[in-house]
Design a protein around this ligand. Structure first.
Ligand SMILES: [Zn+2]
Length: 139
C-alpha cells in the first residue's frame, strides 16, 4: 500500500492509500479519485515520492495504458477489494471509527458512507478510499 498526498484543482490537500502507483494512476485517469472536500476528480499527486532515482525513471516512461487496460486494472482492483473486505453496509463509518480508536480489531471492511461521513472520517485522519463502481459490461 502506498499513501499519496493529493491535491485537487481547488487546492484542497488530502491523503489516500492505494495498492500501488499503477492503481492510483488508473483510478485517477478514470476519474475515480475524488476530493473529499469538494468532490472534484481533477486530482493530482501533491508531492513527488521521495527517493525516486534515475534508475526507476525508465519505468515511468512506459506507454500510457489503453482505456481497456485501465478498465481492466480498475476491475481487478475492485475484485481484490471485494474479495479482501467484509461488507458492513451502513455501519461502515461507525466501524472504521471504532477501529481507529482501537475499540475493535482492525479488519478490512467496506460499506457505505455519506459524503459528510466520509469527510468527517478523513478530517479525523482516518484513511478511507472509494471502491470503484462496477464497470459497464463489455459486449
Ligand atoms: Zn477539493
Amino acid at each position: 500500500m502506498i499513501r499519496y498526498a493529493l491535491r485537487c484543482d481547488q487546492a484542497h490537500d488530502f491523503d489516500m492509500w492505494f495498492a500501488d502507483s499503477d492503481t492510483f494512476d488508473a483510478l485517477a485517469r478514470a476519474s475515480h479519485v475524488s476530493c473529499p472536500e469538494c468532490g472534484s476528480t481533477a486530482v493530482t499527486k501533491a508531492l513527488m515520492a521521495p527517493g525516486v532515482t534515475k534508475s526507476q525513471k525508465s519505468q515511468a516512461m512506459t506507454n500510457t495504458p489503453a482505456p481497456r487496460e485501465i478498465a481492466k486494472m480498475i476491475t481487478e482492483y475492485r475484485t481484490k477489494v471485494m474479495a479482501e473486505t467484509t461488507d458492513v453496509g451502513r455501519k461502515f463509518p461507525e466501524q472504521v471509527r471504532d477501529m481507529h480508536e482501537g475499540l475493535i480489531d482492525h479488519t478490512p471492511i467496506r460499506g457505505q458512507a455519506t459524503p459528510d461521513e466520509a469527510k468527517s472520517l478523513v478530517e479525523d485522519g482516518i484513511g478511507i478510499l472509494p471502491v470503484p463502481p462496477e464497470p459497464p459490461k463489455e459486449n
